[in-house]
Write a protein that binds this ligand. Sequence first.
Ligand code: FMN
Length: 355
Amino acid sequence: MKSLFDPVSFGPLRLKNRIVRSATMAGATLAEKGAIWAELAAGGSGLVITGMMGVIENSCVGERMTQGYRPGVLEAHKPFFEAVQRHGAKIAVQLGHCGLKANFLDGGQRPLGPSVVRLPNQEAPLAMRHEQIAQVVAAFAKTARSCKEAGADAVQLHAAHGYLLSQFLSPFFNHRLDEYGGNIDNRGRIVLEIVEAIRGQVGPDYPVLIKVNYSDLAEPSITFEECASLCSQLAKHGLTAVELSAGLGNDALTSPIRRVKKPGEEGYFAEPALDLADMLSIPVISVGGYRDIEAMEKRLNQGQIEAFAMSRPLICEPALAARWQSGDRVRARCVSCNRCFSPKGAFGCKYPFPA
Ligand SMILES: Cc1cc2nc3c(=O)[nH]c(=O)nc-3n(C[C@H](O)[C@H](O)[C@H](O)COP(=O)(O)O)c2cc1C
């Protein structure tokens, strides 16, 4: 029987257990975020993934999203990464670009996207020219290098939830007629270029993860088969692990952050994660609605999922992993009130920690 507390390796990234804190933007200062990461590490999570960090001007959803491209920003993270590592946990930085959902336009007046698709309450984006795509690819690689130099254990590309890379992957947003649009090889080209460019900056052994949608929960959508084909291509080009999610996050119906009220609603993206794990040569992390250790260990022993990521339960109880490991296997206290996901970015919780 496999346990959530088995040590596990994602290529060169060795984790003390299979519990991952899924990327969670806190809209907080660096010191506040550092305190949250340290608390999660002390609380037993094996891998802490930061909230999405912007890689270039015009990539951030708001001013409070970390601008990882600004000089000295990653260097300033070093002591906070070290604090996580002192607790025996690892830290990965999630790198992202909000594309047509960017609202902090520090590099120009209009957000960028693969095509001109306008969402309600959003400015019409500019369809990216080839040189703008190349700039974004280089920016991901440069910021990944800064993460490595600042002592982060890994980076994770945010290619899910309707942000720029997910916009390219999704036929909902990508209507391009050039080599970056059309079939999945084309829609995924920017992601492959980024993985290759990052490898060029960080070398062959540095862990590079991705979070990607198997479905956009919208029409039209990326398909599971397209997602699997992209992931196996990326694995051949040195990707280390995949976290599988879904949803463009345009509205309640396409949200990846669903309410979990009853035990049967848990692990709402587990089935495709089990299927993907059967097909890929690299580890798959499943995310979405995990609340109960019994349900997670059941999924673990059903197939090849290597790790389970949680966001909201660890906002509510940062020491959840340690609690479960101590033998108190009562389900997570999170009731999906979703106050932690207010549009204003407030990091609230009905049960604010420390409890
Ligand atoms: C406050 C908050 C912020 C989030 N920020 C991010 C983010 O920066 N990047 C990301 O990939 N997902 C983000 N998510 C989504 C979570 O990582 C996760 O995929 C989702 O909440 C489902 O998992 P859960 O049921 O364990 O919360 C966020 C979720 C919440 C609640």
